[in-house]
Design a protein around this ligand. Structure first.
Ligand code: TXA
Ligand code: MG
Length: 347
C-alpha cells in the first residue's frame, strides 16, 4: 500500500489540509452533491495521472473539471454558446456538466485527447470550500474503482481507495446519489450524453430543444463510436449478474419469485431489488431501493443497493423496470449498464 489513507472529518483544518494536498499534486477524495469525486489539480498532468492509476481507469475516458466560479470557465473553454451560458446561470452550482470546446492550454490527459472539455460547478458546500481554498480547477471522476458503482459515502470511497490515496474528506452521504447530467453544448441542439438529476424537461424549459445520445438507454451498436467515451466501458456493475424485468406488475413479481426459488434450488443465491411499495410481493431475499412515488429516494440509494449485492455475496439480482419519467431515465441508464442490457419482458 502506497498511502496510509486518512478519513478527514469536516472542520477548518480539513479544508486547509485537503487544499494543501491538492496544491502539492496529490489526489484527495471529496464529497459532492452527486457522488464522491477523486480530485486532483487539473493543471498538473502528474497529478491527473495519479487519478487514473488510483481508479484503474482507461486513459481514453476523460475527466470532468470542477470549478467554483463562472469566471473560471473562460480559462478552460472557448466558443461558449448563449445556451451554455443560460445553463450555467440556471443550474450552477449543481448537478450539471457542460461539454464545451476546450482551450489549447487544457491538458489532453484530462480530456483524453478530445477537443472538448467537461466542466461542472458542484453545489456541495465542502467541495465548494475546497475548490475556493485551493483556487485551482480540479479534475474529479467518481471515486470508485473503474467499472464499479460510484461511492455515495466516505466509507464506500475507503473500501475502494484504501492505500491508493492519502485522504478522503468525509462530508456525509451524497444528497442526489447519481452522477451529474452531462450535456454537450458544443453542438446544436445540445445533446445529453449522460442523464442525471437535471432532467431533459428541465433543460428544455431553459433552452428549448435538447437531443438524447442513443447510448442513454440502448447498448452501443457494433462499430458505433461513443460520443462520451465513458459510455463504452463497463460501468456500475456489481460482480453479480443483474436482470431487468419488464411487464405488468403481477407478472413481474411472479416471474422474479419463481426465478429466485429456482436459482436457490440450483445453488445460485439471488435477490430482488424492489421499491418499498412492492416489497410485500417478494417473500424471499430483497433489497429495498426506495419509494416508486419518490424516485429521488431510489436515485439516492441505487449505488448503495448495487454495492450491497456484492457485500452479501449474491450471484444474481432481479430488478423491476422503472420507466423513464423524469429522474427515472437516469436511474434506468445506470441499471441498464449495471445489467449489461440484460432485459426480459414477461406476460
Ligand atoms: O457528478 C459527477 O459528475 C461526478 C462528481 C464527482 O462530480 N463525476 C463523475 O465523473 O461522474 P466521471 O469521470 O465518473 O464521469 C464523467 C463522464 C464520463 O462518462 C466521461 O466519458 C464524460 O463524463 N466526459 C468527460 N469529459 C468529456 C468530454 N470532453 N466529452 C464527452 N464526455 C466527456
Ligand atoms: Mg464514474
Amino acid at each position: 500500500m502506497k498511502y496510509q489513507t486518512e478519513i478527514l472529518t469536516i472542520g477548518y483544518d480539513t479544508i486547509i489540509k485537503a487544499a494543501e494536498l491538492l496544491k502539492k499534486g496529490e489526489v484527495v477524495a471529496i464529497p459532492t452533491e452527486t457522488v464522491y469525486g477523486l480530485a486532483a489539480s487539473a493543471l498538473s498532468d502528474r497529478a491527473i495521472k495519479k487519478i487514473f492509476t488510483a481508479k484503474g481507469r482507461p486513459s481514453d475516458n476523460p475527466l470532468i473539471v470542477h470549478i467554483y466560479s463562472i469566471d473560471q470557465v473562460g480559462l478552460l473553454a472557448k466558443n461558449i454558446s448563449k445556451k451554455a451560458k443560460i445553463l450555467m446561470e440556471t443550474f450552477w452550482p449543481g448537478p450539471l456538466t457542460l461539454v464545451m470546446t476546450k482551450k489549447k492550454q487544457v491538458s489532453s490527459v484530462v480530456t483524453a485527447n478530445l477537443d472538448t472539455v467537461a466542466v461542472r460547478m458542484p453545489s456541495h458546500p465542502v467541495a465548494f470550500s475546497i475548490l475556493e481554498q485551493c483556487n485551482i480547477p480540479l479534475a474529479a471522476p467518481s471515486a470508485n474503482i473503474s467499472g464499479k458503482p460510484s461511492p455515495t459515502s466516505a466509507q464506500q470511497v475507503y473500501e475502494d481507495m484504501l492505500g491508493k490515496i492519502p485522504a478522503i474528506v468525509d462530508g456525509g452521504t451524497c444528497e442526489i446519489g447519481l452522477e451529474s447530467t452531462v450535456i454537450d453544448v458544443s453542438v446544436d441542439p445540445p445533446c445529453i450524453l449522460r442523464p442525471g438529476a437535471v432532467t431533459k424537461k428541465m433543460l428544455e424549459d431553459a433552452i428549448g430543444e435538447v437531443a438524447d445520445d442513443n447510448s442513454i438507454l440502448e447498448p452501443l451498436k457494433e462499430g458505433e463510436l461513443a460520443k462520451s467515451p465513458g459510455v463504452k466501458h463497463k460501468h456500475y456493475a456489481p460482480n453479480a449478474e443483474i436482470q431487468i424485468v419488464k411487464g405488468v406488475e403481477v407478472s413481474i413479481s411472479r416471474y422474479i419469485n419463481r426465478q429466485i426459488l429456482n436459482d436457490n434450488v440450483n445453488g445460485v443465491r439471488s435477490v430482488v431489488l424492489c421499491c418499498q411499495e412492492q416489497a410485500k410481493n417478494y417473500p424471499f431475499d430483497k433489497i429495498i431501493l426506495g419509494s416508486k412515488y419518490h424516485p429521488e429516494t431510489i436515485a439516492e440509494n441505487l449505488f448503495n443497493a448495487l454495492r450491497e449485492i456484492d457485500k452479501k455475496n449474491y450471484d444474481k439480482a432481479y430488478v423491476q423496470y422503472l420507466g423513464t419519467e423524469g429522474i427515472n431515465t437516469a436511474i434506468m441508464n445506470r441499471l441498464l449498464k449495471a445489467a449489461n442490457h440484460n432485459v426480459i419482458e414477461v406476460g
